[in-house]
Write a new protein. Sequence first.
Length: 139
Amino acid sequence: MSTQDSILLVDANPEDVELTLLAFSENDLGDCVRVAHGVQEALELLFGEQAFRPTMILLDLRFPDDAGLAVLRRIKRDWRTSMIPVVVLSPSDEAGVLEAVGLGAAGSLAKPVDFEEFLEAASGISLYWRSRRMQRERV
């Protein structure tokens, strides 16, 4: 998988990961998703020795001790990752979503969602993805 065409999904819930991968597969993006099953794994992928630079990050905020927000802060304050769009995944009534947007998140998706709603969201990401690829091909 090329880091130019990749999405990093940071989510510890196996069912949510499966739903996300299925929705992206339905939109021909399944091979673009790399999964970090926790914040430590995400930090290692992004800032470790073999630094991974995805084009987009989907970050679940539902980690203990606001660890999801801590990861977002780290991503947005580091020059190597600050320009990567981060979409946060969280219950829509969670105050953390507003804080995440204030920290620089590109947007949010409410969780949990039913599969049809998530397919629609994945379709929107797919359209964004295809337009980015077309822009790069023109350059």
